[in-house]
Design a binder for this molecule. Structure first.
Ligand SMILES: C[S@@+](CC[C@H](N)C(=O)[O-])C[C@H]1O[C@@H](n2cnc3c(N)ncnc32)[C@H](O)[C@@H]1O
Length: 302
């Protein structure tokens, strides 16, 4: 009998991490800084901004004022183009951003206040979504790259569903596990928590009988600096990619990690990585008892 050892680079990396200590977490400051560097190395952000400001507003009808709640808005760089598009033509927009990291929340506020949009009223709530009180029913509640981090996915979606008016929209932009989030899942020190990816969010919404429409935005991440100089020029992108301080990776796992990145690179472009994000769109049905689309809180442990 032939026993096969780990053949695929991800299996090799997993095997090499078995006896390794957890990597150090990113501080909130390093998280925010490396996130900005990471997004700048990808075209996903501009594709997403363009999608949000062109494809999303027509889905919201002509409510005036239109009410939006963004969860985990960071520095507001995806919210500003959406808010500006909604406020075009003088429509009143009530735009609330929920963000636990105070410096990012301040950037969100200054970015939205800096728009030339007199009919836009931005509000920022500094804190965790779980502590956010439901206000006036919203036309749109969105999570852009933030659902990974909630402790209890079902509870967060329950809360979001309760915040959307009948017929309003719930939108989550969240990456699928493959190819890049497999690294975050494996290497980020989740300390007992489970990260949530597109597949989890979609399954949770569908288990409530909700219809989910998925648009996949296919970005590309330029990680060539990571392959060439992982401890130097590529360090910030690598840190955000794995959700941890990559400098603490021992040599063997680092080599396996770089092999994986080569393996998943676009054909003929080593270091240029597929960087997809799924935009999951769910209309909260009108004329239903909201209890009917709530999850079984407490019994949804995955
Ligand atoms: C990857 S960033 C995305 C930021 C922004 N939406 C964007 O796309 O630029 C994730 C954001 O989620 C926020 N976040 C993490 N856990 C959260 C929670 N429980 N409630 C609300 N926001 C959270 C983080 O502080 C961070 O700003």
């Amino acid at each position: 009998m032939t026993v096969l050892g780990p053949t695929l680079p991800l299996d090799g990396l997993r095997a090499r991490m078995l006896d390794q200590p957890l990597l150090p977490a990113l501080s909130p400051e390093r998280y925010a800084r490396t996130h900005a560097v990471y997004e700048a190395a990808s075209d996903q952000r501009s594709l997403l901004q363009s999608w949000l400001s062109t494809a999303l507003p027509p889905l919201l009808g002509d409510a005036d004022p239109v009410r939006v709640v963004g969860v985990g808005v960071g520095d507001g760089s995806v919210d500003a183009p959406l808010a500006a598009a909604l406020a075009a033509g003088g429509r009143r927009v009530r735009y609330t951003g929920v963000e636990p990291h105070p410096p990012s929340a301040a950037q969100f506020a200054s970015r939205l206040n800096g728009l030339d949009a007199p009919a836009l009223t931005p509000t920022v709530v500094i804190g965790d979504f779980a502590d956010h009180d439901t206000g006036h029913p919203a036309d749109l509640v969105h999570f852009v790259h933030s659902l990974y981090y909630v402790t209890d996915l079902a509870a967060a979606l329950d809360q979001a569903v309760c915040m959307v008016r009948s017929g309003g929209l719930l939108m989550a932009a969240v990456a699928p596990l493959q190819p890049l989030c497999a690294l975050t899942e494996l290497l980020c020190p989740w300390t007992g928590r489970k990260p949530w990816f597109s597949e989890d969010v979609c399954a949770d919404l569908e288990s409530r009988g909700l219809h989910v429409r998925t648009e996949t935005i296919l970005g590309k991440l330029d990680a060539r600096d990571v392959l060439d100089d992982p401890r130097g020029r590529g360090e910030a992108v690598l840190d955000f990619l794995i959700g941890a301080r990559s400098r603490a990776l021992a040599r063997d796992p680092l080599v396996a990690l770089l092999d994986y990145l080569r393996e998943v690179s676009l054909p003929g472009q080593p270091g240029v990585l597929p960087h997809p994000v799924d935009v999951l769109l769910t209309r909260v049905p009108g004329n239903v008892n909201v209890q009917d689309v709530l999850g079984d809180r407490g019994s949804r442990q995955r």
